[in-house]
Structure formats: structure tokens, C-alpha cells
Design a protein around this ligand. Sequence first.
Ligand SMILES: C[S@@+](CC[C@H](N)C(=O)[O-])C[C@H]1O[C@@H](n2cnc3c(N)ncnc32)[C@H](O)[C@@H]1O
Length: 288
Amino acid sequence: MQTELLRNYDLFFEKRSFENYSYSLVKRTNLDNDFLLSSHNTDFKFEQIDKDIFLGNGNCVDFMTRIKSSSVDLILTDPPYNLGDFMHKRKTNLIKMRENQFAYAGWDNLSNENWIIEMDNFFKESSRVLKKGGSLLLFMSLMKIETIINLASKYKFYYKTTGVWHKTNPMPRNMNIHFVNSTEAWIYFINDGTSGTFNNDGKMVHDFIETSLTPKNEKKFGKHPTQKPVKIISHFIKHLSNENDVVLDPFMGSATTGVCAKKMNRKFIGIDLNKEYYELSKKRIINE
Ligand SMILES: C[S@@+](CC[C@H](N)C(=O)[O-])C[C@H]1O[C@@H](n2cnc3c(N)ncnc32)[C@H](O)[C@@H]1O
């Protein structure tokens, strides 16, 4: 095979049994990026949907093994909050509320023990793929903040800030019997260092952000039950990364992070377990 052609392929060498070896030539996913390992015969192949945008449909930790060590500048993500199982078991007569809980959407029903194992694996792999001094910011329910900080601290993460997202127009669920839920937390860490990119233009940035719920015009390609508004995601991309940086969202949902990263000239890697949300992500990134 000509050298020119070979440059586009990886030679894979697989040991099938003790004395039996097989060789295969597999086309590389792409040749232009310096953050993905070239793909071989695995189920965890990224799909390139734009020049610097790669998406994977499957378990994030599996796909993250295909990302080069110390190659990502920012992980901005929104994992399951592990509220589905909790809400489902609650002794309440508010059955409708329990059944409609967005968290019980099918992808947030792990037991607490299994969720902790998954999050532990996520932090371990995140620390490997992030550059030294890279940032990780994740959304979380306020109930889980301490658990998350403890897990992250097992690896190289330095805890910086817990902040709040205040929704100005929350669903007024049962407003006459309790305080209406209108907040979510976000937690910010630095990998292997104590400070990283922070583009504040010399101005003070508060640890809370207020926006309305995700507007309808951001849902024209389909719905995701916990889609974040572009306004909040672009706020974090602006402050925690620079143009041409690599941004990763391992729990991308409908790819709000990808849409913002593309508009703000960042490279993007996104992963989601769910096929429907994966297809929605592609549509949004290509068309928005
Ligand atoms: C809270 S949603 C993210 C919403 C997103 N921020 C948006 O704006 O659309 C979490 C997503 O994580 C995905 N997910 C859950 N477990 C996962 C896993 N182990 N690996 C990859 N994705 C996962 C779910 O399918 C869901 O779409």
C-alpha cells in the first residue's frame, strides 16, 4: 500500500489466542486533532460532525478512554443528580409530582451506591484527560455538593467554588405548601493546580447567576427534560476557556455546551448515553 494512503490508517495488531495473531488496517476517525486517540476496532468511536467537533453515543467513561491524556482545557457538564431514585422512594401523596419528576427520566435512576461509583470513575478519567490547570465545572443538586467535593478530591482536583443558578420563572409546583424550588448548584474545580483560565476582564464575577428557564426558541430541534439555557453555559465558557481551547461535555444531553462552544470558536467533544438525545445534539450543533 502506498505511503500516502497508509498515513490515513492505523495498523492494529490483535492477539486472538496464545499463538494466533491478526492484523487489521482501520481508517482513522480524523487526522487533524491533537486530542483524540486514533480509533481502532472498538465500540467507542467518535463521530466527527464539524471541523473541530466530535460526538460519542455511549457511556462517557468508556468514550473518555479514547481521549488523549492532558489534552482538554475545560470540562463543563451536567451529570445526573441522582434524584430519580430518591424521589421515587419518597413517602409522599403527591404522586403526580413524583411521577413527573424530571429526574426520573430513565437516565437518573441509579442507586446511590452505583451513582457514586460512576461519578468516581468520571472524576478519575476527567483528571487524566484535563490539562494541568484545566477547569472542571459541573451542575449538581444542592443535596449532593459534599459528596461531589469528596469524590473530586480523591484525584487531582482542587476545589474552588460552589455557586448557584437561580431560575427567575420556576414551575410554581405546590407553591402554597412549600418553598418553590428555583435553584441548582454548580461546583468548580481546577485539575492539578490552584488556578486556571479566568477571563473576568478585571471585573468582579459573582458566584450566582440568574436566568429564566430555557426559552422555547432553544428547543426548536427537540426537547430535553433538563436542557440548560445558552445564557448560563456561554457565561462559563467565556470565563473558563479561550478561543481554540478544547471543551468536553461527557453528559451533553441536547448539547447546549456544544452549541455554545461552536459559536464561541472552541473545539468540542460531547458524549451522551441516550440515542435520542445524541441525535438531537447533532441537529442542534449543525443547525443553531
Ligand atoms: C442533566 S442531562 C444534561 C443536559 C444538558 N446540560 C443540556 O443542556 O441539554 C444529563 C445527560 O446525561 C446523560 N447520561 C446519563 N448517564 C450517562 C453516562 N453514563 N454516560 C453518558 N451520558 C450519560 C443522559 O442521557 C442525559 O442526557
